[in-house]
Design a protein around this ligand. Structure first.
Ligand SMILES: NC(=O)C1=CN([C@@H]2O[C@H](COP(=O)(O)OP(=O)(O)OC[C@H]3O[C@@H](n4cnc5c(N)ncnc54)[C@H](OP(=O)(O)O)[C@@H]3O)[C@@H](O)[C@H]2O)C=CC1
Ligand SMILES: Nc1nc2c(ncn2[C@@H]2O[C@H](COP(=O)(O)O)[C@@H](O)[C@H]2O)c(=O)[nH]1
Length: 328
Protein backbone atom coordinates (compact mmCIF):
# COMPACT_ATOMS: atom_id res chain seq x y z
CA UNK A 1 0.00 0.00 0.00
CA UNK A 2 1.22 3.51 -0.83
CA UNK A 3 1.37 5.85 2.15
CA UNK A 4 1.69 9.63 2.42
CA UNK A 5 -0.04 10.36 -0.85
CA UNK A 6 -1.12 13.88 -1.79
CA UNK A 7 -2.43 15.84 -4.73
CA UNK A 8 -1.92 19.30 -6.21
CA UNK A 9 -4.17 21.08 -3.72
CA UNK A 10 -2.30 19.59 -0.76
CA UNK A 11 1.09 21.05 -1.63
CA UNK A 12 2.76 24.43 -1.35
CA UNK A 13 6.25 25.02 -2.66
CA UNK A 14 8.61 26.96 -0.39
CA UNK A 15 10.20 30.15 -1.76
CA UNK A 16 13.96 30.54 -2.05
CA UNK A 17 15.94 33.79 -2.32
CA UNK A 18 15.16 35.61 -5.55
CA UNK A 19 18.08 36.19 -7.95
CA UNK A 20 16.34 38.22 -10.66
CA UNK A 21 15.32 41.88 -10.80
CA UNK A 22 12.30 41.17 -12.98
CA UNK A 23 10.25 38.05 -13.64
CA UNK A 24 10.80 38.70 -17.32
CA UNK A 25 14.38 37.42 -16.82
CA UNK A 26 13.04 33.94 -16.04
CA UNK A 27 13.14 31.45 -18.89
CA UNK A 28 10.21 29.01 -19.09
CA UNK A 29 11.44 27.14 -22.17
CA UNK A 30 11.82 23.39 -22.23
CA UNK A 31 13.55 20.92 -24.54
CA UNK A 32 11.75 17.77 -25.64
CA UNK A 33 12.94 15.45 -28.37
CA UNK A 34 15.63 17.93 -29.38
CA UNK A 35 13.14 20.79 -29.92
CA UNK A 36 12.77 23.84 -27.70
CA UNK A 37 9.27 24.94 -26.74
CA UNK A 38 8.15 28.15 -25.01
CA UNK A 39 6.46 26.55 -22.00
CA UNK A 40 6.37 23.01 -20.55
CA UNK A 41 2.70 22.64 -21.41
CA UNK A 42 0.88 20.70 -24.12
CA UNK A 43 -2.88 20.92 -24.71
CA UNK A 44 -4.50 17.48 -24.44
CA UNK A 45 -4.78 15.42 -27.64
CA UNK A 46 -8.56 15.44 -27.43
CA UNK A 47 -11.12 16.39 -30.06
CA UNK A 48 -12.59 19.34 -28.10
CA UNK A 49 -9.11 20.73 -27.35
CA UNK A 50 -7.13 20.55 -30.58
CA UNK A 51 -7.80 20.53 -34.31
CA UNK A 52 -5.62 21.31 -37.35
CA UNK A 53 -5.99 25.08 -36.85
CA UNK A 54 -5.00 25.02 -33.19
CA UNK A 55 -2.10 22.65 -33.97
CA UNK A 56 -0.84 25.00 -36.67
CA UNK A 57 -1.09 28.02 -34.36
CA UNK A 58 0.78 26.25 -31.58
CA UNK A 59 3.54 24.92 -33.86
CA UNK A 60 4.02 28.28 -35.59
CA UNK A 61 4.41 29.96 -32.21
CA UNK A 62 6.85 27.44 -30.71
CA UNK A 63 4.43 25.68 -28.40
CA UNK A 64 4.41 21.89 -28.26
CA UNK A 65 1.26 20.22 -29.57
CA UNK A 66 -0.04 16.67 -30.05
CA UNK A 67 -2.79 16.19 -32.62
CA UNK A 68 -5.53 13.76 -31.56
CA UNK A 69 -6.11 10.40 -33.29
CA UNK A 70 -9.87 10.57 -33.78
CA UNK A 71 -9.83 11.36 -37.50
CA UNK A 72 -7.36 8.62 -38.41
CA UNK A 73 -7.56 9.13 -42.17
CA UNK A 74 -6.54 12.81 -41.85
CA UNK A 75 -3.16 12.07 -40.26
CA UNK A 76 -1.14 11.53 -43.45
CA UNK A 77 -2.27 14.83 -44.98
CA UNK A 78 -1.80 16.58 -41.63
CA UNK A 79 1.78 15.30 -41.34
CA UNK A 80 2.58 16.36 -44.91
CA UNK A 81 1.03 19.82 -44.43
CA UNK A 82 2.89 20.56 -41.22
CA UNK A 83 6.24 19.40 -42.56
CA UNK A 84 5.67 21.24 -45.87
CA UNK A 85 5.43 24.42 -43.77
CA UNK A 86 8.69 23.57 -41.99
CA UNK A 87 6.86 22.76 -38.74
CA UNK A 88 7.01 19.67 -36.56
CA UNK A 89 4.43 16.94 -37.14
CA UNK A 90 3.21 15.54 -33.81
CA UNK A 91 0.44 12.94 -34.10
CA UNK A 92 -1.27 10.27 -32.00
CA UNK A 93 -1.88 6.58 -32.63
CA UNK A 94 -3.79 3.78 -30.95
CA UNK A 95 -2.90 0.10 -30.82
CA UNK A 96 -5.51 -1.66 -32.96
CA UNK A 97 -4.39 -3.65 -36.05
CA UNK A 98 -5.23 -0.78 -38.43
CA UNK A 99 -2.76 1.43 -36.57
CA UNK A 100 0.06 -0.89 -37.65
CA UNK A 101 -1.10 -0.39 -41.23
CA UNK A 102 -1.00 3.36 -40.63
CA UNK A 103 2.64 3.14 -39.51
CA UNK A 104 3.36 1.11 -42.68
CA UNK A 105 1.66 3.82 -44.74
CA UNK A 106 3.87 6.52 -43.18
CA UNK A 107 6.91 4.43 -44.09
CA UNK A 108 5.69 3.89 -47.67
CA UNK A 109 5.14 7.63 -48.08
CA UNK A 110 8.56 8.34 -46.53
CA UNK A 111 6.93 10.44 -43.82
CA UNK A 112 8.64 10.62 -40.44
CA UNK A 113 6.56 12.53 -37.87
CA UNK A 114 8.85 14.20 -35.35
CA UNK A 115 6.61 13.04 -32.47
CA UNK A 116 4.25 10.05 -32.20
CA UNK A 117 2.14 9.62 -29.07
CA UNK A 118 0.59 6.26 -28.26
CA UNK A 119 -2.69 7.34 -26.66
CA UNK A 120 -4.20 4.50 -24.64
CA UNK A 121 -6.04 4.49 -21.31
CA UNK A 122 -4.09 1.59 -19.77
CA UNK A 123 -0.61 2.02 -21.23
CA UNK A 124 1.05 -0.66 -19.10
CA UNK A 125 0.20 -3.42 -21.55
CA UNK A 126 1.74 -5.63 -24.20
CA UNK A 127 -0.43 -3.84 -26.76
CA UNK A 128 1.48 -0.61 -26.09
CA UNK A 129 4.86 -2.31 -25.75
CA UNK A 130 4.37 -3.98 -29.15
CA UNK A 131 3.38 -0.67 -30.75
CA UNK A 132 6.41 1.14 -29.27
CA UNK A 133 8.67 -1.57 -30.67
CA UNK A 134 6.98 -1.46 -34.07
CA UNK A 135 7.31 2.32 -34.38
CA UNK A 136 10.91 2.26 -33.20
CA UNK A 137 11.73 -0.43 -35.78
CA UNK A 138 9.95 1.31 -38.69
CA UNK A 139 10.42 4.98 -37.78
CA UNK A 140 13.46 5.09 -35.49
CA UNK A 141 13.80 8.87 -35.80
CA UNK A 142 10.31 9.61 -34.45
CA UNK A 143 10.21 10.57 -30.76
CA UNK A 144 7.74 8.19 -29.13
CA UNK A 145 5.61 9.25 -26.16
CA UNK A 146 3.81 6.29 -24.59
CA UNK A 147 1.03 6.11 -22.04
CA UNK A 148 -0.84 6.44 -19.90
CA UNK A 149 0.69 4.89 -16.83
CA UNK A 150 0.61 5.33 -13.08
CA UNK A 151 3.40 3.16 -11.66
CA UNK A 152 7.21 3.00 -11.74
CA UNK A 153 7.09 -0.56 -13.16
CA UNK A 154 5.08 0.72 -16.11
CA UNK A 155 7.51 3.59 -16.71
CA UNK A 156 10.45 1.17 -16.64
CA UNK A 157 8.79 -1.30 -19.02
CA UNK A 158 7.73 1.31 -21.57
CA UNK A 159 11.15 2.98 -21.48
CA UNK A 160 12.77 -0.44 -21.85
CA UNK A 161 10.58 -1.13 -24.89
CA UNK A 162 11.94 2.05 -26.50
CA UNK A 163 9.60 4.86 -25.44
CA UNK A 164 11.38 8.22 -25.44
CA UNK A 165 8.98 9.66 -22.87
CA UNK A 166 6.09 8.33 -20.81
CA UNK A 167 2.82 9.99 -19.89
CA UNK A 168 1.60 9.65 -16.31
CA UNK A 169 -2.03 9.89 -15.25
CA UNK A 170 -4.87 7.41 -15.11
CA UNK A 171 -8.10 8.94 -13.95
CA UNK A 172 -7.26 12.46 -12.73
CA UNK A 173 -8.85 14.20 -15.74
CA UNK A 174 -11.76 16.63 -15.38
CA UNK A 175 -14.03 14.61 -17.70
CA UNK A 176 -12.71 11.27 -16.48
CA UNK A 177 -14.97 8.73 -14.82
CA UNK A 178 -12.45 5.86 -14.84
CA UNK A 179 -11.91 6.15 -11.11
CA UNK A 180 -15.63 5.94 -10.45
CA UNK A 181 -16.44 3.20 -12.96
CA UNK A 182 -13.42 0.95 -12.30
CA UNK A 183 -12.07 1.87 -8.88
CA UNK A 184 -8.58 2.32 -10.36
CA UNK A 185 -6.24 5.15 -11.10
CA UNK A 186 -4.20 8.09 -9.87
CA UNK A 187 -7.21 10.40 -9.38
CA UNK A 188 -6.85 12.17 -6.04
CA UNK A 189 -3.13 11.39 -5.74
CA UNK A 190 -1.82 12.28 -9.21
CA UNK A 191 1.02 14.42 -7.88
CA UNK A 192 2.24 11.68 -5.56
CA UNK A 193 1.96 9.15 -8.42
CA UNK A 194 4.09 11.45 -10.54
CA UNK A 195 6.74 11.59 -7.81
CA UNK A 196 6.63 7.79 -7.51
CA UNK A 197 7.05 7.36 -11.28
CA UNK A 198 9.83 9.96 -11.40
CA UNK A 199 11.95 7.77 -9.13
CA UNK A 200 12.04 5.12 -11.87
CA UNK A 201 12.14 7.32 -14.96
CA UNK A 202 15.36 7.78 -16.91
CA UNK A 203 13.60 9.71 -19.70
CA UNK A 204 11.12 12.64 -19.67
CA UNK A 205 7.75 12.29 -17.96
CA UNK A 206 4.61 14.11 -19.05
CA UNK A 207 2.13 14.66 -16.21
CA UNK A 208 -1.34 14.26 -17.72
CA UNK A 209 -4.61 15.32 -16.12
CA UNK A 210 -5.74 17.06 -12.96
CA UNK A 211 -4.11 20.45 -13.58
CA UNK A 212 -6.63 23.01 -12.29
CA UNK A 213 -4.46 26.09 -11.74
CA UNK A 214 -1.27 27.44 -13.28
CA UNK A 215 0.55 26.80 -10.00
CA UNK A 216 -0.09 23.08 -10.60
CA UNK A 217 2.30 23.29 -13.57
CA UNK A 218 5.15 24.36 -11.28
CA UNK A 219 4.20 21.64 -8.79
CA UNK A 220 4.34 19.03 -11.58
CA UNK A 221 7.83 20.21 -12.53
CA UNK A 222 8.88 20.01 -8.86
CA UNK A 223 7.74 16.39 -8.66
CA UNK A 224 9.47 15.23 -11.83
CA UNK A 225 7.53 16.26 -14.92
CA UNK A 226 9.32 17.67 -17.95
CA UNK A 227 6.00 18.72 -19.47
CA UNK A 228 2.33 18.75 -18.46
CA UNK A 229 -0.68 17.83 -20.59
CA UNK A 230 -3.80 19.88 -19.92
CA UNK A 231 -7.38 19.50 -21.14
CA UNK A 232 -9.99 21.46 -19.16
CA UNK A 233 -7.99 24.70 -18.87
CA UNK A 234 -7.77 24.76 -22.68
CA UNK A 235 -11.38 23.82 -23.43
CA UNK A 236 -13.03 27.24 -23.13
CA UNK A 237 -11.27 29.28 -25.79
CA UNK A 238 -12.63 30.92 -28.90
CA UNK A 239 -10.31 28.62 -30.88
CA UNK A 240 -11.23 25.42 -28.97
CA UNK A 241 -12.95 22.99 -31.37
CA UNK A 242 -15.83 22.16 -28.96
CA UNK A 243 -19.27 23.56 -29.73
CA UNK A 244 -20.06 26.99 -28.21
CA UNK A 245 -23.45 27.36 -26.46
CA UNK A 246 -25.20 30.27 -24.78
CA UNK A 247 -27.17 30.00 -21.59
CA UNK A 248 -28.71 32.94 -19.71
CA UNK A 249 -26.56 35.32 -21.75
CA UNK A 250 -23.31 33.53 -20.90
CA UNK A 251 -21.14 31.55 -23.30
CA UNK A 252 -19.89 28.04 -22.61
CA UNK A 253 -17.84 25.51 -24.58
CA UNK A 254 -18.30 21.80 -24.80
CA UNK A 255 -15.57 19.53 -23.38
CA UNK A 256 -15.90 15.74 -23.62
CA UNK A 257 -13.71 12.77 -22.73
CA UNK A 258 -12.01 10.69 -25.41
CA UNK A 259 -13.62 7.60 -23.87
CA UNK A 260 -17.04 9.25 -23.58
CA UNK A 261 -20.17 8.20 -25.43
CA UNK A 262 -19.89 11.46 -27.44
CA UNK A 263 -16.46 10.52 -28.74
CA UNK A 264 -17.14 6.83 -29.26
CA UNK A 265 -20.62 7.19 -30.74
CA UNK A 266 -21.76 4.25 -28.62
CA UNK A 267 -22.30 3.31 -24.98
CA UNK A 268 -19.54 0.70 -24.72
CA UNK A 269 -16.76 0.82 -22.15
CA UNK A 270 -17.53 4.45 -21.46
CA UNK A 271 -14.96 6.04 -19.11
CA UNK A 272 -15.50 9.69 -19.90
CA UNK A 273 -18.23 12.33 -19.68
CA UNK A 274 -19.20 15.62 -21.26
CA UNK A 275 -19.37 19.00 -19.55
CA UNK A 276 -19.49 22.67 -20.44
CA UNK A 277 -16.78 25.08 -19.36
CA UNK A 278 -17.03 28.86 -19.26
CA UNK A 279 -15.93 30.66 -22.39
CA UNK A 280 -12.69 32.49 -21.67
CA UNK A 281 -11.54 34.35 -24.75
CA UNK A 282 -8.46 33.69 -26.81
CA UNK A 283 -6.02 30.80 -26.46
CA UNK A 284 -2.99 33.10 -26.68
CA UNK A 285 -4.12 35.02 -23.58
CA UNK A 286 -4.07 31.80 -21.54
CA UNK A 287 -0.71 30.73 -22.98
CA UNK A 288 0.76 34.14 -22.13
CA UNK A 289 -0.67 34.05 -18.61
CA UNK A 290 0.74 30.54 -18.11
CA UNK A 291 4.17 31.74 -19.21
CA UNK A 292 4.05 34.77 -16.88
CA UNK A 293 2.86 32.68 -13.93
CA UNK A 294 5.65 30.18 -14.58
CA UNK A 295 8.19 33.01 -14.75
CA UNK A 296 6.93 34.05 -11.34
CA UNK A 297 7.22 30.44 -10.10
CA UNK A 298 10.84 30.32 -11.27
CA UNK A 299 11.57 33.59 -9.43
CA UNK A 300 10.07 32.17 -6.21
CA UNK A 301 12.23 29.08 -6.73
CA UNK A 302 15.30 31.33 -6.62
CA UNK A 303 16.44 30.68 -10.18
CA UNK A 304 16.26 31.82 -13.77
CA UNK A 305 15.28 28.56 -15.46
CA UNK A 306 12.57 25.92 -15.00
CA UNK A 307 15.13 23.55 -13.51
CA UNK A 308 15.27 25.73 -10.37
CA UNK A 309 11.76 24.56 -9.45
CA UNK A 310 13.04 20.96 -9.19
CA UNK A 311 15.16 21.87 -6.16
CA UNK A 312 12.69 23.69 -3.93
CA UNK A 313 11.35 22.37 -0.64
CA UNK A 314 7.65 21.89 -0.11
CA UNK A 315 5.09 21.38 2.62
CA UNK A 316 2.00 19.21 2.70
CA UNK A 317 -1.01 21.31 3.75
CA UNK A 318 -3.81 18.78 3.31
CA UNK A 319 -6.72 20.24 1.33
CA UNK A 320 -6.19 23.68 2.77
CA UNK A 321 -4.42 25.86 0.23
CA UNK A 322 -7.61 27.43 -1.08
CA UNK A 323 -8.89 28.39 2.39
CA UNK A 324 -12.41 28.12 1.06
CA UNK A 325 -11.63 30.48 -1.85
CA UNK A 326 -12.57 29.73 -5.43
CA UNK A 327 -9.67 29.15 -7.80
CA UNK A 328 -10.47 32.31 -9.80
N1 LIG B 1 -5.79 9.04 -19.07
C1 LIG B 1 -6.86 8.42 -18.66
O1 LIG B 1 -7.13 8.31 -17.46
C2 LIG B 1 -7.80 7.79 -19.63
C3 LIG B 1 -7.80 8.18 -20.92
N2 LIG B 1 -8.71 7.66 -21.80
C4 LIG B 1 -8.66 8.12 -23.18
O2 LIG B 1 -9.74 7.56 -23.91
C5 LIG B 1 -9.35 7.18 -25.22
C6 LIG B 1 -9.71 5.74 -25.47
O3 LIG B 1 -8.78 4.93 -24.77
P1 LIG B 1 -8.70 3.35 -25.01
O4 LIG B 1 -10.00 2.74 -24.62
O5 LIG B 1 -7.49 2.85 -24.33
O6 LIG B 1 -8.45 3.27 -26.56
P2 LIG B 1 -9.16 2.40 -27.66
O7 LIG B 1 -10.62 2.57 -27.55
O8 LIG B 1 -8.48 2.74 -28.93
O9 LIG B 1 -8.76 0.93 -27.21
C7 LIG B 1 -7.51 0.43 -27.54
C8 LIG B 1 -7.49 -1.09 -27.46
O10 LIG B 1 -7.19 -1.46 -26.12
C9 LIG B 1 -8.27 -2.25 -25.60
N3 LIG B 1 -8.44 -1.79 -24.23
C10 LIG B 1 -8.88 -0.60 -23.81
N4 LIG B 1 -8.89 -0.53 -22.47
C11 LIG B 1 -8.44 -1.75 -22.05
C12 LIG B 1 -8.22 -2.32 -20.80
N5 LIG B 1 -8.50 -1.63 -19.67
N6 LIG B 1 -7.74 -3.58 -20.74
C13 LIG B 1 -7.48 -4.27 -21.87
N7 LIG B 1 -7.67 -3.79 -23.09
C14 LIG B 1 -8.15 -2.54 -23.19
C15 LIG B 1 -9.45 -2.00 -26.49
O11 LIG B 1 -10.30 -3.13 -26.58
P3 LIG B 1 -11.72 -3.16 -25.82
O12 LIG B 1 -12.34 -1.78 -25.99
O13 LIG B 1 -12.45 -4.22 -26.53
O14 LIG B 1 -11.43 -3.48 -24.39
C16 LIG B 1 -8.80 -1.75 -27.82
O15 LIG B 1 -8.53 -2.93 -28.49
C17 LIG B 1 -7.87 7.51 -25.32
O16 LIG B 1 -7.73 8.76 -25.95
C18 LIG B 1 -7.41 7.61 -23.91
O17 LIG B 1 -6.35 8.55 -23.71
C19 LIG B 1 -9.61 6.70 -21.42
C20 LIG B 1 -9.67 6.29 -20.14
C21 LIG B 1 -8.72 6.74 -19.12
N1 LIG C 1 -10.65 8.64 -17.80
C1 LIG C 1 -10.67 9.41 -18.86
N2 LIG C 1 -9.67 10.28 -19.05
C2 LIG C 1 -9.72 11.00 -20.15
C3 LIG C 1 -10.75 10.91 -21.08
N3 LIG C 1 -10.49 11.76 -22.09
C4 LIG C 1 -9.33 12.34 -21.78
N4 LIG C 1 -8.85 11.90 -20.62
C5 LIG C 1 -7.64 12.29 -19.92
O1 LIG C 1 -7.84 13.56 -19.30
C6 LIG C 1 -6.73 14.41 -19.60
C7 LIG C 1 -7.08 15.87 -19.45
O2 LIG C 1 -7.34 16.15 -18.09
P1 LIG C 1 -7.75 17.58 -17.53
O3 LIG C 1 -7.90 17.36 -16.07
O4 LIG C 1 -6.63 18.52 -17.84
O5 LIG C 1 -9.03 18.00 -18.16
C8 LIG C 1 -6.37 13.99 -21.01
O6 LIG C 1 -5.10 14.42 -21.42
C9 LIG C 1 -6.49 12.47 -20.90
O7 LIG C 1 -5.36 11.86 -20.38
C10 LIG C 1 -11.80 10.01 -20.83
O8 LIG C 1 -12.78 9.89 -21.57
N5 LIG C 1 -11.72 9.29 -19.71
Amino acid sequence: MMENVFDYEDIQLIPAKCIVNSRSECDTSVVLGGYTFKIPVVPANMQTIIDEKVALYLAENNYFYIMHRFEPEARITFTKDMQHRGLIASISVGVKPEEYLFIDQLVEEKLVPEFITIDIAHGHSNAVINMIQYIKEKLPKSFVIAGNVGTPEAVRELEHAGADATKVGIGPGKVCITKIKTGFGTGGWQLAALRWCAKAASKPLIADGGIRTHGDIAKSIRFGATMVMIGSLFAGHEESPGVTVEQDGKLYKEYFGSASEYQKGEKRNVEGKKMFVEYKGHLQDTLTEMEQDLQSSISYAGGKHLQAIRNVDYVVVKNSIFNGDHVY
